[in-house]
Design a binder for this molecule. Structure first.
Ligand code: ATP
Length: 369
């Protein structure tokens, strides 16, 4: 029997349905650990979010950040609540703060349609929708957030730095190369507005420069307006897309709409030494506490975390765990008769979680050790 890898995971359940889907995500991760073997995760729940701010005056306590800093990965539900705000009226968003604190420049938004989820588009040729948006997450139009307007004018400055863009592009080409090895086209599309903005032309130049080291990856270019059009007309033509922060913010929600909405859209924010995994959705105050939140985005974010840790720790059983979670979700959904409320069904959060774990048990391969 080989020794098990011990991992330390910082968990921020947050607020609203963030707490509910985090419970589901942790149950599924525990099942993956049990069925796969080879690693053991310790999950440390940490306070953060709108209710934490209301109760303590801190949205992201220093002790929580210190713990997360040392952890192997960070799992986050969702934070924020409409009635709880900072004195200047802005919302409580520790998830955005974490991107800046830990320099999480690569925002991964995988867009995969699962059979059984009612399709948003008519897709006569049955092409699979399976691509990844990489959204730069620390600069772009978000770089000057918090700037105060004067009584006459408000401005925000879009910032593109060479340092971040080089790392972002290297990450993006690496992912396209990795996907090529898995049977995807291995095509990277740079989405920008370089015909108008010099900052975007600068970004495109760096995209080309870094691309010299990845001549096995097909390089494509698209202006953001054309990307929006084609995401609706032919989303199956995309493989990996890389773009500035605000463009990614908008297009990743549009893309999530193609696969069943926010409840089906996992995400990861990755830097050189830290990574946060969270569903793309918010705290959904309208359905919080009703037991009907769709936990699948969170569950798939857990699978992304396993894949990230597999890379960092060179441990194959973590990749097995990720595969198992994704196969369990696919198996659970394939009949289309146990859909969550956001997909027009009646299956609650707990039943979905149990159903996915049961499906994982049926598809689990033999343990490696
Ligand atoms: P934020 O403003 O942070 O994005 P939000 O919850 O208001 O947070 P979304 O996450 O975009 O916004 O969600 C919009 C709506 O979609 C929610 O109010 C809810 O009705 C629905 N929704 C979002 N996520 C889920 C989910 N996991 N399961 C079911 N419904 C969801």
């Amino acid at each position: 029997m080989t020794e098990r890898l011990e991992l330390d995971i910082a968990v921020f359940p947050g607020d609203g349905i963030g707490i509910e889907v985090t419970d589901s995500g942790l149950e599924v991760l525990a099942a993956a650990e049990r069925l796969t073997g080879g690693f053991r995760c310790k999950y440390q729940t940490l306070p953060a979010g709108a209710f934490c701010y209301r109760d303590t005056g801190e949205a992201l306590p220093k002790a929580s950040v210190a713990y997360a800093d040392k952890a192997d990965a960070i799992l986050l539900g969702a934070c924020g609540w409409p009635d709880i705000r900072y004195p200047d009226g802005t919302e409580i968003r520790p998830q955005v703060e974490l991107r800046f604190i830990f320099d999480l420049y690569a925002g991964l938004r995988p867009i995969r349609h699962y059979a059984g989820i009612p399709p948003t588009l008519v897709n006569p040729h049955g092409h699979p929708i399976d691509f990844v948006i990489i959204r730069e997450s620390t600069e772009g139009l978000f770089a000057s957030r918090g700037s105060a307007p004067n009584p006459e004018v408000a401005t925000e400055t879009l910032v593109i730095t060479r340092r971040t863009t080089e790392r972002l592009m290297r990450f993006a080409y690496g992912l396209a190369r990795q996907r090529k090895g898995q049977g995807h086209p291995g095509r990277l599309t740079c989405v920008d507005k370089s015909n108008i903005f010099s900052s975007m032309a600068f970004m495109r130049g760096i995209y080309d420069e870094v691309g010299q080291d990845f001549d096995d990856v097909e390089r494509a270019y698209l202006y953001v307006d054309a990307a929006a059009l084609n995401l609706v007309r032919q989303p199956w033509m995309f493989d990996v897309m890389v773009m500035e922060n605000m463009f990614g913010d908008i297009l990743s929600d549009l893309a999530a709409g193609l696969i069943g909405g926010m409840g089906m859209a996992p995400s990861a924010d990755i830097g050189d030494s830290h990574a946060v995994f969270q569903p793309s959705h918010g705290t959904a105050p309208d359905i919080a506490g009703k037991g009907i939140a769709n936990p699948i985005a969170m569950i798939l974010s857990g699978a992304m975390m396993c894949r990230y840790l597999a890379d960092c720790k060179s441990t194959a059983s973590l990749n097995d765990a990720a595969d198992l979670i994704e196969r369990g979700v696919a198996r659970f959904l394939e009949t289309g008769n146990r859909l969550p409320a956001d997909q027009g069904g009646h299956t609650g959060t707990e039943q979905i979680t149990e159903g996915i774990i049961a499906a994982m048990e049926t598809v689990a391969p033999p343990m490696r050790d």
